[in-house]
Every structure is written in C-alpha cells, then in structure tokens.
Design a protein around this ligand. Structure first.
Ligand code: SPD
Length: 390
C-alpha cells in the first residue's frame, strides 16, 4: 500500500483552522513571562488579540512612552536610568524632593504627573490613610521574591500592598575627623551650644526635615522621636533655637556635595549613606550613632493613585529590584539594600560595614518614626514653623 504523506499536513491545517474558529487561546498566551530587554515603549494598540498575546509572550507588558519618577536627592545611580531608557525605550523624567513632608505637600496640592515615588515608612502609612497610593500587583514585580524577610511585610504596610522597600538606613552624626576632636558620641555635638559652637567656624549642617530634626532633639532630651507631649515638643524647639545660631545650613538635599568641599562643613546631622558617599571622596569623614540613639528608617517605591502608567511603573520597580541592577545602585548610594540576592554583587566594604548593615546592638538603640495622630501633627507643625521662622 502507498503511504499517504500528503494527508498529515492537510489534516493538521484543518485542525488549526478549526481551533482558531473556536477562538481557543494557546496556553502560552495566558502565561506572560517576565519582561525582556526587547520591551519597547508603544502606545499603539496591536492589530489583533492574537498579536497582544504574542507580544506579551515576547516582551512583557506594554510600556508607556514616558515615566515620571520623583525621588530623594542623590539617591540613585543615574546611569541606571539611562540603561533602563535604552533597554525599554521609555523616557524617564526624573525630579527630586527634600523631605517626606515636601513629597506629601506636592501630592496633596494636586500634582498628578508622578508615577513612581519614594516615601519613607511612616509616610507610606500616612499616604495609605489619605488614599494617595495605588495598590501594587506583586505578580508584576516578580523580583520582590528577592527582598529579605527583615525588610518585607512592614508594620506601616502589612503585606506590602502599597509599597516595596528601596533602601534602609539610619540617621546620626557625620563629622570630619581631622577637625572634630574628640569624636562626637552624643547629640550634644549638634544641640548643646557649648559643644556645637566650637565648630561654628568649620560649619555645622542639620537636616531640613521636621520629623528628623525635632526627633533628634527629642532623643537628646531623652524622649521618643514620636513624642506627642506638647511640653516636650516645646522643650525640643527651645533646644534647637538655642543651638541654631551656631549652625551654618539646614540642608537635606545638597549637603553631600558640601561635605566634599574643604572648609564648608565639619559636622552634620545626616543619613548614614550620604556621609559614606562623602567619605568615599574624602576619607576624613566618619559617621557615628549618638549614645542617646537615633532613627532607623526604610524608604520605599510606591505608585501614586493618580498615576496613569501603573504597568510601566511596576515594570521599572521590578527592573531596579533585579539583583545586579540593585547592587549597582547600592554600590553608588552606600545604603543597605533590602534585596538579599543582590549581596553577591555588592562591594564587601559596604556589606561588611556594621554602620550600614546594622548589628543587633545598634538596631536595639534605634527607633522607627511613626505616623502622628492629627492633633499631635498640628503641634509638631507649629513647632517646626517656629523653628524655621527665627
Ligand atoms: N540622599 C537621600 C537619602 C534619603 C534618606 N532617607 C530619608 C529617611 C527619612 N526618615
């Protein structure tokens, strides 16, 4: 008998036509893989549903042409932004803010353009409460799997419904070891005029940050950084006003540069990574946690509820959580990364520094800043206005 080789292709073609007429989707079409580097920015709708499925398999989500990113100053390796733009075709419009309160004020004033923002712990809670954040779809952020347990599921956002950790760190004192002698071991170096004013000519900087500066003064006085007692807050104000004439600058966003300029600043209230970045340039800089204790904090990626580019924002967050991208960022900003899998790519000098990756003893002396109830917030705001006005 003659073998009918022609019959098999004809039957296969008939079966495929029948399947298409029945509208059946292929299994692959429903399983979108992680985005690839080929993902291209486009707002044009593909011609057919089949085209959507094929594109998702090949390229991940459809990306917007632009992404508006609003971060703290000096808080990303900008080379990563260029890499992301080149790999995806998405243009990043990048801007910075000075404090959590500054970020909140911009969003509350109706700023609607931002897609990715970086609030700290207590501000995430406050923004959730105010309905300012979009819920995240962690399926779109598969690199979240690499976040360490220590950094996941925080009290300010249980289940990471609205935020994903970016970096974590502490607030203490930076000082120029060639000038400040003996080394500071207390907030007195910032708040006691008898001590601080000795360094007035060298230059003292404090963070221009309501919760951080008043919080540090409260710590100096032996209170909690979350104190709501009006008498204690007035006491903290008076301590700050007495030391203020000896301070040169209130600066949270340009102070790293000033630490690197000889003769500008010799003592600063500051965030650990910022001081370590200065120390990488000028080895005279050192960082210390005062004996009274200070603040431990975690900054986060979040997406404003008003963002119209949520899929692209999640794609960008996921890209920055990639262990190698994340390590490149860590090696630039000198803060502790929450991404466990990035550790193999992080400089040992950063990884092994107990003032960056904290030991238990240091952690036990630190406090998290917490959201304040409305009536206490009003007292804090009044005290801050009085501090800045004089
Ligand atoms: N250079 C920017 C560093 C941002 C530090 N995080 C701020 C924490 C506020 N509690």
């Amino acid at each position: 008998m003659k073998k009918r080789f022609w019959l098999f292709p004809v039957l296969l073609a008939l079966l495929l036509v029948a399947a298409q007429c029945a509208g059946g989707a292929t299994p692959q079409a429903t399983q979108a893989p992680p985005a690839t580097e080929e993902a291209m920015a486009t707002e044009e709708a593909p011609a057919t549903e089949e085209a959507v499925a094929t594109e998702e398999v090949a390229a991940g989500p459809e990306l917007a042409k632009e992404l508006y990113v609003f971060n703290w100053a000096d808080y990303i390796d900008e080379e990563l932004l260029t890499m992301y733009e080149e790999e995806t075709g998405v243009k990043i419009i990048y801007d910075t803010f000075d404090s959590n309160e500054d970020l909140l004020a911009k969003l509350q004033a109706g700023a609607t353009g931002y897609d990715v923002i970086f609030p700290s712990d207590y501000m995430v809670a406050q923004m959730i409460e105010l309905g300012l954040l979009a819920e995240l779809d962690l399926n779109n952020i598969p690199n979240f799997q690499y976040v360490a347990d220590f950094n996941k599921n925080p009290a300010y956002d249980p289940g990471n419904k609205y935020s994903v950790p970016y970096f974590w760190g502490t607030t203490g004192i930076g000082y120029d070891t060639s000038v400040v002698d003996p080394p500071p071991d207390s907030w007195a170096w910032i708040f006691d005029p008898e001590v601080a004013c000795q360094y007035q000519d060298g230059g003292i900087n404090v963070l221009d940050d309501e919760r951080e500066l008043i919080g540090a003064a409260l710590k100096y006085l032996g209170y909690s950084v979350n104190d709501t007692d009006e008498a204690h807050l007035n006491e903290a104000r008076d301590v700050i006003l007495a030391a203020k004439p000896c301070w040169k600058t209130f600066d949270s966003s340009g102070y790293i540069d000033n630490l690197m300029i000889p003769g500008e600043i010799v003592l600063t209230h500051g965030w650990n990574g910022d001081v370590f970045v200065a120390a990488a340039e000028n080895e005279n800089w050192a960082y210390v946690m005062p004996k009274e204790g200070g603040v431990v904090w975690q900054d986060n990626f979040a997406i404003p509820a008003s963002s119209t580019r949520k899929a692209t924002a999640e794609h960008f967050i996921n890209w920055l959580l990639d262990p190698e991208h994340n390590a490149q960022n860590t090696n630039y900003v000198w803060y502790a990364s929450p991404v466990e899998a990035a550790k193999e790519f992080i400089d040992p000098e950063i990884l092994e520094d107990p003032a960056i990756y904290l030991d238990e003893e240091t952690l036990s002396r630190l406090e998290w800043i917490e959201p304040l109830p409305g009536d206490a917030l009003a007292i804090w705001d009044r005290v801050w206005t009085e501090i800045k006005a004089q």
